[in-house]
Design a protein around this ligand. Structure first.
Ligand SMILES: [Zn+2]
Length: 205
């Protein structure tokens, strides 16, 4: 039942599958058996995929832990975690998606540590999930589970399945947003959030 048993099995299955991809590349004419660069590729590709896709049970457990350690809210202004760069894969092609994700909420009784907010976004992205669903799940989680007055999520996703194919490569950035509670009911609050996350920013590094 433990994840330590599930994970190696998933990794083994992925390694076997990537072995098949390599074989197919060999059929296409690539030197997969003679070029040393391909020697450990199936295992390496499997490890990379395992890092991009976390088991749902681990994600749920870590989020439960975070929500169990919240702090009393001392103010009622918008809490925002902006421009988190995170990674996942699309469920349609299993190719990487790079997100720039911003989330916000208006506190109820409790607040989440700001680093936890960022961590939560990173965690939920590491799944084979549709960007639209991810966006709604983030807003839902911050509204329902954190018991806030409202929440918002704004995601830009660079989808390699789109970016790497066809001539419309520059159109590959997908933008999605979701709002709950006050952010949905008060256009001014929603606009304040959108202005904050879409404003040009200083490059400090
Ligand atoms: Zn895709």
């Amino acid at each position: 039942m433990s994840d330590s048993k599930e994970k190696p099995e998933a990794a083994r299955m992925m390694e076997a599958a990537f072995g098949g991809v390599l074989e197919a590349l060999g059929k296409m004419g690539y030197p997969v058996t003679s070029d040393d660069n391909f020697a450990e590729t199936a295992a390496r590709a499997a490890r990379a995929m395992v890092e991009l896709v976390r088991p749902p049970s681990e994600i749920a457990a870590e989020i439960d832990q975070m929500l169990a350690r919240t702090f009393p809210a001392r103010y009622d202004e918008m809490v925002i975690s902006k421009h988190n760069i995170c990674f996942g894969v699309c469920p349609h092609h299993l190719l990487p998606v790079i997100y720039r994700a911003s989330v916000a909420y208006l506190p109820g009784q409790r607040v989440l540590g700001i680093s936890k907010l960022s961590r939560m976004v990173q965690l939920l992205a590491r799944r084979p999930v549709l960007q639209e669903d991810l966006t709604h799940e983030l807003a839902e989680l911050l509204f329902e589970r954190l018991e806030t007055r409202g929440s918002a999520a704004y995601l830009e996703g660079l989808h390699l399945c789109m970016a790497a194919r066809g001539i419309e490569a520059h159109e590959a950035r997908v933008v999605t947003s979701a709002v709950r509670g006050v952010f949905r009911d008060q256009p001014a609050t929603r606009q304040e959030f959108l202005d904050l996350v879409t404003a040009p920013q200083l490059n400090l590094l």
